[in-house]
Ligand binder design. Sequence first.
Ligand SMILES: [Zn+2]
Length: 424
Amino acid sequence: MLTNRNLIEFSNIKSLQLSKEFKEGSLDTKDLKANDLINEFSQVIEKGIATNEDLSLLEKVGPRVTKLKFGNVELETPIFMPVGTVGSVKSLSPEDVYSIGYKIILGNTYHLNLRPGMDLMREFNGLHEFMRWPGAILTDSGGFQVMSLAKIRKLTEEGATFANHINGAKITLTPESVVQIQEDIDSDIQMVLDECTPYPATHAEALSSMERSMRWATRARSARKKLNRAQFGIVQGGMYGDLRVKSVKQLIENNFEGYAIGGLSVGESKREMRRLLSATIPWMPHDKPRYLMGVGAPDDLIDAILLGIDMFDCVMPTRNARNGSVFVRSSSSANGKIQIKNSIHKSSKEPLDSLCNCYTCKNYSRAYLRHLFVAEELLVFRLLSIHNLQFLFDLTYEMRESIRSGNIFENVSEIRRIFAPGSL
Ligand SMILES: [Zn+2]
């Protein structure tokens, strides 16, 4: 189990410069355009939020390998983090998740507070002991639920009041109560309560929502009692680059242990997401982890890693698995995925992905997995989830090793072709 815990320790192992590659025009892809980075930056200068001297920040933008240390648990980024909303990565045991190689997972403050509740959590000294998870835990704050449960909540300066989705009883989440809940969960990384700006929103709506999130972030920062656990601030600002820059600048004043980008992957196009990442990342501190929330599609991971994101989470790999949708390398399917229920797999002795070393691919045929899926056997959820999580683990591993060896710019088209052929 995790021992000797203290504040997250961060070290930067290798950073590369993306702007140089962009200037040479060698890295334009369908969604990630060199000009977006430059254009977004010029706009904030025009709006008076930045000056020409800030242009030097652009030179620091690029992919990097970093090390995060939580007591005796160490991991390297870029890393994907599996989502275990209510204390379980759906259909998998903690051992399954750990044996793939994952050392950090997510839990959700809103859901865990409702069930099993904090009395039980305190009795077990937190979620690590309760679910017997040996790695680190990051807890989402409930900000996403503030948006997704919009129909049943009331938002005020104090916080968000919900009729909860289990029995309809009213609960109020405030920046302070969310810190308290996360301290009861004893997460290694707490996220502050924010308002995930609805999409679409006007500039004025996004501004007012972002400013409230920034006031909530400051309140959350001063509400902590356990000062030896990390707390991350969340950048908001909707689809507006200038608001994102303002948001980062305000957050930095609170000196969080890391910074996340929230409010993306909410319905905008992929190009739009990359444009907003380009607007935000140059301003994020280089000596702190950067986390892109709710993003897990292979092509999104690749482009965001190139721009300097370290951490990701998404329910996609496990949710897709439960729907029979499997990520595979291009050598196993031209568009990068297969639907296991399709009759083409009916008598296939092939593994899901011939280059994958996961437990499922080492042991089982597509025909057997399809049979389990069609017969609605529960085992299939576990086997497909193991594979999908291994796939994203392998993708981030390839990116990480290419960054470490300094070859990422030469290798990225090949990594994209292998792991995200559907996006080409
Ligand atoms: Zn596999």
